[in-house]
Design a protein. Structure first.
Length: 177
C-alpha cells in the first residue's frame, strides 16, 4: 500500500488532486475567456496576459475595481493556463465531484442587515458574496448576490450554494443593529 501511495505522489502531476475541473472554455470577442467548471458554474471575462516572467491569469473586476473572484490554488491556476495556451486539453470524461464549499470569512456590514462573506470552492476558487435580509410585509426575505461575472448554471447546485451561504450567515443577518 505504501509503495502505491509513493508511486501516485511521485508520478502523477500535482494538479491532478484539484477536484475543480474545467469543463468548457469559450473565447469571447474581446479576447477574454469564459471558463466553465464541472458543468456547474462559469466565470466570464478571464484574461490571460503575457508578462515577461510568464502568463498571468487576470480575474474580472467588479464595477469600482473590486476583485470578488480569485483562484487560490496554484494547481488550478496552472491547469487553466495550460488549457488556454493549448498545452493541455479539457478531459472529455470530466469526472468532477461537487466542489466542497467552505466559509472562509463572514462579517456584518455596519448599520445594515447585510453580510459580506468569502466562499471557497474546493480551496481552489474564492468568491465574495453579499447576503442580505429584508422584510416584505410580515415575511422576512433573504437574498444572496454573486459577483457579476460568476454564474451558477445548475439550478439544484445554485440552491445548495444559496442554502450553504444562508445557513452560515443567518446568525449575523439576524443580529439586531
Amino acid at each position: 500500500m505504501n509503495k502505491l501511495l509513493i508511486f501516485v505522489l511521485l508520478f502523477l502531476p500535482s494538479y491532478a488532486f484539484c477536484s475543480l475541473e474545467v469543463s468548457a472554455v469559450k473565447k469571447q470577442q474581446d479576447k477574454d475567456y469564459t471558463i466553465t467548471f464541472c458543468k456547474l458554474f462559469k466565470i466570464e471575462n478571464i484574461a490571460l496576459e503575457k508578462k515577461s516572467f510568464g502568463p498571468v491569469l487576470q480575474m474580472p473586476r467588479e464595477i469600482g475595481g473590486y476583485k470578488n473572484l480569485a483562484i487560490t490554488s496554484k494547481d488550478l491556476d496552472l491547469k487553466i493556463k495550460d488549457i488556454l495556451e493549448d498545452r493541455a486539453k479539457i478531459s472529455p470524461k470530466n469526472s468532477c465531484s461537487l466542489p466542497v464549499l467552505k466559509m472562509v470569512s463572514a462579517r456584518k456590514i455596519k448599520e445594515s442587515s447585510s453580510v459580506l462573506c468569502q466562499i471557497s470552492f474546493d480551496d481552489s476558487l474564492d468568491i465574495i458574496v453579499f447576503a442580505s435580509k429584508y422584510k416584505k410585509g410580515k415575511k422576512e426575505i433573504y437574498r444572496v448576490s454573486y459577483p457579476q461575472d460568476f454564474k451558477i448554471l445548475d439550478k439544484k447546485y445554485k440552491a445548495q450554494v444559496r442554502s450553504f451561504i444562508l445557513k452560515n450567515t443567518k446568525a449575523l443577518l439576524d443580529e439586531k443593529i
